[in-house]
Design a protein around this ligand. Structure first.
Ligand SMILES: [Zn+2]
Ligand SMILES: [Zn+2]
Length: 257
């Protein structure tokens, strides 16, 4: 994988430009559009609700390791001391198979429709749900399928998506692809729960404002290019050992919330 290829894969599109004014936001309840604000005051449980299109199945393991433990361990690290019970599926049987979907690529509106059907919680009381779709297609941005957008969090909501063909083109080995996928999941969950300065205040100077809700620490998963198939970022984790994706500044922000 060349560095230029990596550079072109956009990790996340926060869709900030289209936050409150878009017509399709009418489908989202006010509670959905203020997910972070409702999260920290009363969260006791967080379930990551995963669904996949046939042909876009998430990686379950790599080199004998359970892939989803990466997301589980890192989100738990962020919540340390907070008493939020995290439920995250690790096997396909714990996820919803959507079959083959009608279209090949997806608009924001399509994503919202699928996600609303999947969501089990109102997100008003202590039980919270984040939905995560794995789609076998690309994001339709400005009327065009964008082959560089790997994943996204619809801003201010609990809605996350991974565009599987972009994961497949982002790395060579199965282990690299699994780690690209997991680091993207962690990055997008990080956005959904308020990083960086996106509902959780930055408590030190690490907000990369020029790139949106991202972290200036190149070794943190919330750095804009990380989780996006950045080989340099995931390489140290291919050899085993603890996979700590968040930098101290992001962890401190959540602890301070
Ligand atoms: Zn991002
Ligand atoms: Zn960070």
């Amino acid at each position: 994988m060349t560095s230029s290829r990596i550079r072109y894969i956009a990790i996340c599109s926060l869709l900030v430009l289209c936050s409150q004014s878009c017509k399709d936001n009418e489908e989202l309840t006010p509670t959905e559009l203020t997910f972070v604000q409702n999260f920290y005051p009363n969260a006791t449980d967080l379930e990551i609700i995963v669904a996949y299109e046939t042909g876009a199945e998430p990686y379950i393991s790599y080199t004998g390791t359970s892939a989803w433990e990466v997301a589980e361990d890192n989100i738990n690290e962020l919540f340390e001391g907070r008493n939020i019970a995290l439920t995250i599926p690790k096997e396909l049987a714990q996820m919803t198979n959507l079959g083959r979907l009608e279209q090949n690529n997806y608009t924001r509106e399509n994503i919202i429709d699928y996600s609303i059907e999947l969501q089990k919680y109102s997100n008003k009381d202590g039980q919270k749900g984040i939905t995560l779709l794995f789609l076998d297609g690309y994001y339709i941005k400005d009327g065009q399928a964008n082959k560089n957008i790997l994943g996204l969090n619809i801003n201010n909501t609990s809605i996350l998506v991974i565009f599987k063909p972009v994961v497949e083109s982002a790395a060579n080995s199965e282990a690299e692809k699994a780690l690209v996928e997991q680091s993207t999941i962690v990055h997008e969950i990080g956005h959904a729960i308020g990083l960086v300065n996106n509902g959780v205040e930055a408590t030190s100077a690490h907000h990369d404002e020029a790139n949106g809700a991202h972290c200036t620490n190149t070794k943190c998963v919330m750095y804009w290019e990380n989780g996006s198939g950045n080989a340099q970022f995931i390489a140290p984790f291919l050899t085993g050992g603890k996979i700590s994706l968040f930098g101290d500044a992001c962890i401190t922000d959540v602890k301070s919330k």
